[in-house]
Structure formats: structure tokens, C-alpha cells
Write a protein that binds this ligand. Structure first.
Ligand code: KG4
Ligand code: ZN
Length: 325
């Protein structure tokens, strides 16, 4: 079954064709990032306008790269939330149009769930149940996944999302948006934990908090009047290690609490190599198998929406034309 996936939750316009929930035939991602950079973050109105202008073209490219025609599509899956309201509405309206005109079913997909589903694309199936950690620019969540329809939330951020903290700390350090990859680069020039930060302060055991550490970095910088690149590298490194401490600790704790030996991760922040390295090592030491999304499927993309939508469809789930963001 060919599924057309549509993802417009943030600055990306992405359309993908996925066969039977696993084989990615095409996955076109067009980003409006360069128009947001000078503002230091995504401007919702700019994002949705660009999506409106590009979605048709992106969909045509996705079909042509997959080597199929529109009439070959049997299901339309679309990200219906969470995300930027205007942006989501562009994707949803487009998806409804395609679904209605072809007379094929429509499935709305939760964006955060789709992030961990990326692990199932072009890859072997992972056995249920498992713990899923999703770390992106908008979310930081731990789930207990019994199957694709029974997903319990175990913990989440109480304030800033993990990627958001990377972006804000990058801004404090004078780096561009999005700051995650730049912090990672800068941290390589630092020496691990010469400057110590921490991410404590959450109430629930499996919840996260990244707002305090951001402020701690700001105060540190103000106190020390740190301007040199090498000092900034030490700050970036200390910050990154502290964030990773929290992600590793809580993910493994979730595995222990739920007595599962499988940890599946996803989201834009998972592109961070230091995080991958430390998660893999800690999981191995604890006897847990840790799964990462295939290359290029950590950040926002429509393939994960198409794949996850297919799984929901197979389990009887359908959305109506009243689907909204
Ligand atoms: O999943 P994603 O593409 O979009 C959302 O759903 O939010 O994640 C984007 C986030 C941004 O905050 C970005 O700074 C962060 O992922 N990110 C990283 C890295 N690459 C992207 N954070 C840390 N290290 C990276 N290498
Ligand atoms: Zn995302």
C-alpha cells in the first residue's frame, strides 16, 4: 500500500511516499529556515506562508521521486499536532484535499509519536513493549509503548524542550539559530565538564526541566564576562554533558521501572553524536538495546508520519474531514 505522508508542524514542508509503513520511496523536505534565522527562531506566519507556497511542488517531487502517480496512493497520513497551528493547517488542508479527491482514507498522526516511529522505517521491526525517548525543538517526552495504539506518557519537560534549551543557550553564546548542531561543534573544543552545570529541579521522577540550566549559563556568562571562544567551548561542553546526563539517567530509569530492555529514541536532538555515544554506552552497560533512527530521519520529515499513519490505519483508525490541528 502506497501512503502519502504530509508533515508541516514547524518550519519544514515535507511530503513522502512510504510503502507498507516501512519502505521509504521518497521523502522530500523543504525548509524555510533561512527566512527565520535573522529573528533567532521560527516565525509562525513566515513558516505557514512558505508552506502554502511550496506544498504543491514538494508533493509533486515526492510522487515523481517515488516513481508513482497520485492515483496510486491508497492512504493519506498527515501530522495533526502538536505544532504551529497555521503550519499544521496548511498540511491538514492539503491532505484533506488529496484524500477527498482520490476517495481514499485520511489519518491524522501525532507528531511526537511519529518521531520514534522513524526507527521502524527502512529497518527491522522492534519488539514491543519499549521505552521511547523523543527529544526535539518542541518536545522532550518519555513513553511506554505497548503497541502503536497504546502509548503511555511517563514523563515530559516541565518547561523548555531539550532542543529549545540548546537553541537558547546557543543564542546566549552568540551562535545562530538553530543552535543544537553549533553547540555540538563548539563543545568538541571544550574539555567535558570543566564547567559544571546540572538539570535538576523536576518534580516527577521521569520528568525533565531545561529552563534552569539555560538561566545558569546566562548568569555564568554575566558573572565571568566570558568572551573567548575557548571559554565558550567549555560552557557549551559543560551544558551539553549536563543535558545528556538527564536524558540518559531518566531513559534508563524508565526502562528499569517498566522492566523493558529496549529503548527507542527519536527527534532532532538525537542527531547529536555525543548524545548517541553516551546513550549507547550507558544502555549497553545496563543490558538495554538502544535504537536510533536511520540516517536523515531524526529531524522533522513526512516519512515518519506516513509510516506511523499506516500502522494506525491497519489498526482501524480513520480521521474524518473534520480533522483539525
Ligand atoms: O525534531 P526537530 O527537527 O523539530 C521539532 O519537532 O522540534 O528538532 C529540531 C531541534 C532544534 O532545537 C535543534 O537545535 C535540535 O533539534 N538539534 C540538535 C542537533 N541537531 C538538531 N540539538 C543538539 N545537537 C544536534 N546535533
Ligand atoms: Zn519534530
Amino acid at each position: 500500500m502506497y501512503v502519502l505522508g504530509i508533515e508541516t508542524s514547524c518550519d519544514e514542508t515535507s511530503v513522502s511516499v512510504v510503502k507498507d509503513g516501512r519502505d521509504v520511496l521518497s521523502n522530500i523536505v523543504s525548509s524555510s529556515l533561512k527566512f527565520h534565522r535573522k529573528y533567532g527562531g521560527v516565525i509562525p506566519e513566515i513558516a505557514s506562508r512558505m508552506q502554502l507556497e511550496t506544498i504543491n511542488q514538494v508533493a509533486q517531487e515526492a510522487l515523481s521521486e517515488a516513481g508513482i502517480r497520485l492515483k496510486d496512493i491508497s492512504l493519506v497520513a498527515v501530522t495533526s499536532g502538536p505544532g504551529l497551528l497555521g503550519s499544521l493547517l496548511v498540511g491538514i488542508s492539503f491532505a484533506k484535499g488529496v484524500s477527498f479527491s482520490l476517495g481514499v482514507p485520511l489519518v491524522g498522526v501525532n507528531h511526537i509519536h511519529a518521531h520514534f516511529y522513524a526507527n521502524f522505517l527502512n529497518a527491522q521491526a522492534i519488539k514491543f513493549p519499549f521505552i521511547a525517548l523523543v527529544v526535539s525543538g518542541g518536545h522532550t517526552s518519555l513513553f511506554f509503548v505497548r503497541d502503536f495504539q497504546r502509548i503511555d506518557i511517563l514523563g515530559q519537560t516541565q518547561d523548555d524542550a531539550c532542543g529549545e534549551a540548546f537553541d537558547k543557550v546557543a543564542k546566549i553564546l552568540g551562535l545562530q539559530y538553530p543552535g543544537g548542531p553549533l553547540i555540538e561543534q563548539l563543545a568538541k573544543k571544550g574539555k567535558g565538564r570543566r564547567i559544571k552545570f546540572n538539570c535538576s529541579g523536576t518534580t516527577g521522577n521521569l520528568d525533565f526541566s531545561f529552563s534552569g540550566i539555560k538561566t545558569a549559563v546566562l548568569y555564568y556568562l554575566q558573572r565571568k564576562d566570558t568572551r573567548s571562544r575557548i571559554q565558550k567551548a567549555e560552557i557549551a561542553s559543560g551544558f551539553q554533558e549536563a543535558v545528556i546526563d538527564a536524558l540518559v539517567k531518566k531513559s534508563l530509569l524508565a526502562c528499569r521501572v517498566k522492566k523493558t530492555g529496549r529503548l527507542v529514541v527519536g527527534g532532532g536532538v538525537i542527531a547529536n553524536n555525543r548524545l548517541r555515544e553516551r546513550l549507547s554506552l550507558a544502555a549497553k552497560e545496563a543490558g538495554i538495546s538502544c535504537f536510533f533512527p536511520p540516517e536523515g530521519l531524526c529531524a522533522d520529515n513526512a516519512a515518519m508520519a506516513a509510516g506511523f499513519g499506516y500502522q494506525l490505519y491497519r489498526r482501524g483508525f480513520r480521521s474524518g474531514l473534520d480533522l483539525t490541528a
